[in-house]
Design a protein around this ligand. Structure first.
Ligand SMILES: [Zn+2]
Length: 208
């Protein structure tokens, strides 16, 4: 007998259908052909040129949006494997050759609340499909080094900053859950480029 099921009834994260974590209809969106989506993310565009190519499994609409929200914010750890498998398939289908698969860093508070570092899980999923690539937590939040600034200015700088940790060399594939404006991916890409890593692209679950 499935004890967890008695305590908390399972329902489809997309549409609420009882007794399944993800019903077939809602799961089907994750099996569509991948999308290229950097041109829909204004912060990734410099004039007509994109900073990097971005691929998504699906548009961030309807059930896909519901599923990602349930996974991120409603504690649906039972979807971790679905999300990882989706990322693995996406990487296998479209990702350029890479040496490192680096997740966009999660806020420590968010990882604690969720009981998992979700972008790290996605990066590990993607790396499974890429021979020769390994996942690495190569970025962190809060890099702002601004000596001489006031404590408040330093704090503010650190909130938005992305820093590189460790030795990051070679071709880097970024991984995030969703892309909307592209500001976060742009900041990550910039930080990596400043450390002479070559950013070959980014994979996300969904794009707005
Ligand atoms: Zn459903």
């Amino acid at each position: 007998m499935d004890v967890a099921r008695c305590v908390a009834p399972v329902e489809c994260a997309g549409c609420g259908m009882p007794d399944v974590p993800l019903c077939q209809d809602c799961a089907s969106a994750w099996w569509e052909p991948p999308l290229r989506c950097e041109e829909g993310a204004p912060r990734l565009m410099v004039g007509d040129e994109a900073l990097l190519p971005v691929w998504a499994i699906a548009p961030l609409t309807g059930e896909v949006h519901e599923v990602i929200a349930a996974w991120k914010d409603a504690g649906r750890r039972d979807l971790d494997r679905v999300m990882q498998a989706g990322m693995e398939r996406l990487a296998g289908a479209v990702a350029p050759a890479a040496d490192l698969v680096v997740p966009v860093p999660s806020r420590p508070g968010a990882s604690r609340r969720r009981g998992a570092d979700l972008t790290w899980a996605l990066a590990r999923g993607a790396a499974r499909a890429l021979p020769g690539a390994r996942p690495m937590r190569g970025l962190r939040l809060g890099a702002g080094e601004s000596r001489g600034a006031s404590a408040r200015q330093r704090w503010r700088a650190a909130q938005g900053a992305i820093g590189v940790r460790g030795e990051l060399k070679g071709r880097v594939l970024l991984v995030d859950d969703v892309v909307t404006t592209g500001a976060t991916l742009a900041a990550c890409s910039l930080a990596l480029s400043e450390h002479h890593a070559e950013v070959v692209g980014a994979l996300v679950l969904a794009c707005a």
